[in-house]
Every structure is written in structure tokens, then in C-alpha cells.
Design a binder for this molecule. Structure first.
Ligand code: PLP
Length: 392
């Protein structure tokens, strides 16, 4: 692209109703935010699934760790190796029942780092069509051959595996979201593990929207299906249910050592500050606590059920499922934008998801509920959305 074409390209984006811009929002609580004009919203567009961003013990943990400095001052391999990060990794590995874990600065960087380090041009990566952008980008920078299989379609994946044998001197990988970020559906992990037993490949599952959300005790996709083992690398984020910032790869000691030595996003970026790791660690402690964690998970499931049933009764075209990601399909970008705008005017914050985040013609509202929403917030908002939907 020529720089002189920027204006023309921006106009084209605007014309297609896919222009994006930033709206400041200050969160006063886990579910309430104000914009720059002071207008207040109930927020249904956050990934704060357990509402832990504003939980006292999590905020206190971050505050206490500020005394070790506001920044980490260097890469993890130099001065940025805080005790908090190592403790967090130990706790993530315990929680996920893996030997080891490595923290990256974001979930996005985790996917880049893992795929860059483990796959190379002698590898083949089989990737679900609806995988998160960070997986797509990780596949690209790895230099591996990429084969896309239809969304959660294990027959298609098997066909591709049969057609593409293990390369001489190379490795096959299958990489997938656990809970898909745009549709909120769950990967067919049992079938995937059957395929793995039959065809040899390394399995990477990204549990960004699964940790603290699915599985009886919030341990993610494997727990949801009652499966222990079989996933080679479980990726996740600290920025959704864990109310902080960062990502992790939960894996064997050997893979962790390899990532430390080979994953460029890990090596060449300043590590997270201690306060960020301390917040994530405390959020994980709350989730791991059998009474607190279970109560939050239960509330999240209750709120999800309530919102799903209210929207369905109101006649909104929601995508069926059991996760707190509730897509309302509008098809056109304009309709999604219009719905989100009218909701905002009525004090409800939602995201309109448009291409390139989703395929053309599948624009949608992506509504997420959290454990922190009150029954009243959900019921009132559902009623307002029903009226708005009728109007448009
Ligand atoms: C949100 C998300 C990420 C990115 O995580 P960040 O910590 O926000 O960078 C990666 N993978 C999936 C599936 C996600 O939904």
C-alpha cells in the first residue's frame, strides 16, 4: 500500500461501515463504566467473566506489589524476573495440572511465541477456520505450511491429516481455540483427541475464553469434557477471567525451557511488572478457592442462562450455546452498529463485531455476561434490547 492512499482506504472502510475508533471508558465497578462525558453504562462487552478486576483482594494484591516498582525494568532474562511471575507460573501449572507454565506479556504474544518457537518451515499446522487472530498470526510468522479446516469439523480435519503425512524431518500441529471467541462455542476436544491417537500430531489449545468460564471448577476445556492430559500446550490469557494482563503457556518442563530459549516475543520484550502478576495470582487464588471460586462460577452460569433465555424469548437471533459469549447475529455491519448505538443511548455498552473480525455478512453484536452482573441489570437490559430490536 502507498502511504498516499491512506485517506482513500479510510474512506472505503467508512463506506463499508467497518470503520473503528476508540471511545474512552472508565470502569467504576466490574460492570459499570462512564464515558468521557460522564454518561454511565452497564457494560456487556467486557471479558471480565468473574468480575475480579474490582475485587478487593485482587486490587490489594496489585497495590502491595507496587512497592517493588511500577515497571519490571527489563526482559525476564535480564532484570525483569520478579518473584511474582515465577510464583504465578507455579500456580498456573498447579491449577492446569501441567508440569510447568510460562507467562508472556499478552495472550496474543503467547500464541505468536509458542507457534514461532515450536513450528518452522518443515512443519505443517492444521488450524480451525475460526481461530483467534493471534493464532492466525502465529501460524504465519512460524513459516510453517498452514492448512485451514472447516470450523470444528473433525471429519474435514481427518481428511486433511490423511492427505498430508508427517513431513520428513518435520512435525504436524493442530491448533484451536477451546472456546471460540466470536461464536462462543466449544471445540470438540474428545474427537480431536481420538484423531490424535490415530494420527500423530502436537495439539495446542487456546483456552483464553475457557479458563474461569467452563469446566466445573473453571479449569477450562479439558475439564469441561472430563479429560486429563493429551493437550501438549494449553494457552490462555490473564486478561479475561483472571482480571489482569498477560498470557501463559501451560506445558511440560521441556517445552517451557525451549520457549524460554526460542520464543522471540518472550525474549525481546520487557516482562510484566510485579503488580500485574500479583493481581493475576490473587485472581487465580480466588478462582482456586473451592468456596469462592465455585460460587463465582455458579453465578456466571446462572447469569448466562438468564440472559440467554431472556434474549431468546424476546426474539433476538442469538447463537445457541452455553458460554457467556452470546452472539446476536445481525448479518449487516450497519444493523450491528445501529443496534449498538441505540443500546449505548439507553445506557447499555455492547460491541458491534464486523469484518475483518468475522467473515463478511456475519456481523453481530457480541454480548458477554459476567458473574458480577446483578439479576436486575440483566433483566432491565434484556427488556431494553427487546424494544430496540423491535424498532430496528
Ligand atoms: C483474547 C484472546 C487472545 C488474546 O489474549 P490477550 O491477553 O487479550 O492478548 C488470544 N486468544 C484468544 C482465543 C482470545 O480470545
Amino acid at each position: 500500500m502507498k502511504i498516499s492512499r491512506i485517506n482513500e482506504n479510510l474512506l472505503a472502510i467508512k463506506k463499508s461501515e467497518n470503520f473503528r475508533s476508540i471511545n474512552d471508558l472508565r470502569m467504576l465497578s466490574a460492570t459499570r463504566g462512564i464515558d468521557g462525558q460522564g454518561k454511565e453504562y452497564v457494560v456487556f462487552s467486557s471479558n471480565n467473566y468473574l468480575g475480579l478486576t474490582h475485587e478487593k483482594s485482587v486490587m490489594d494484591a496489585a497495590r502491595a506489589a507496587v512497592s517493588f516498582g511500577t515497571g519490571s525494568t527489563g526482559s525476564r532474562l535480564t532484570s525483569g524476573a520478579s518473584f511474582e511471575l515465577s510464583l504465578l507460573e507455579k500456580n498456573i501449572a498447579d491449577f492446569k495440572h501441567t508440569e510447568s507454565a510460562l507467562v508472556f506479556n499478552t495472550g496474543y504474544m503467547t500464541n505468536l511465541g509458542v507457534l514461532y518457537a515450536l513450528a518452522d518451515k518443515s512443519s505443517v499446522i492444521f488450524s480451525d477456520r475460526l481461530n483467534h487472530a493471534s493464532i492466525i498470526d502465529g501460524c504465519r510468522i512460524s513459516g510453517a505450511k498452514i492448512l485451514i479446516y472447516e470450523h470444528n469439523d473433525m471429519n474435514h480435519l481427518e481428511k486433511l491429516l490423511e492427505q498430508t503425512p508427517v513431513p520428513a524431518d518435520g512435525q504436524r500441529f493442530v491448533v484451536t481455540d477451546g472456546v471460540f471467541s466470536m461464536d462462543g462455542d466449544i471445540v470438540d476436544l474428545p474427537s480431536l483427541l481420538n484423531l490424535k491417537a490415530k494420527h500423530d500430531f502436537c495439539l495446542i489449545v487456546d483456552d483464553a475464553h475457557a479458563l474461569g468460564v467452563i469446566g466445573k471448577t473453571g479449569r477450562g476445556t479439558a475439564e469441561h469434557f472430563g479429560i486429563n492430559g493429551g493437550i501438549d500446550v494449553q494457552i490462555g490469557t490473564l486478561s479475561k477471567a483472571l482480571a489482569s494482563e498477560g498470557g501463559y503457556a501451560a506445558c511440560s518442563n521441556e517445552i517451557r525451557d525451549y520457549l524460554v530459549n526460542k520464543a522471540r516475543p518472550f525474549i525481546f520484550s520487557t516482562s510484566l511488572p510485579p503488580m500485574v502478576a500479583a493481581a493475576a495470582n490473587q485472581a487465580l487464588a480466588v478462582l482456586s478457592d473451592s468456596s469462592k471460586g465455585n460460587a463465582l462460577m455458579e453465578k456466571l452460569r446462572e447469569n448466562t442462562k438468564l440472559m440467554r433465555s431472556l434474549l431468546e424469548k424476546a426474539g433476538l437471533p442469538i447463537v445457541q450455546g452455553c458460554t457467556p459469549i452470546i452472539p446476536i447475529l445481525t448479518g449487516s455491519s450497519q444493523k450491528a452498529l445501529n443496534f449498538a448505538k441505540l443500546c449505548r443511548e439507553n445506557g447499555i455498552m455492547l460491541s458491534a463485531i464486523r469484518p475483518p473480525s468475522v467473515p463478511e455478512g456475519t456481523s453481530r453484536i457480541r454480548l458477554t455476561v459476567t458473574a458480577a452482573h446483578s439479576q436486575e441489570e440483566i433483566e432491565k437490559s434484556a427488556l431494553i434490547m427487546k424494544e430496540i430490536w423491535r424498532k430496528i
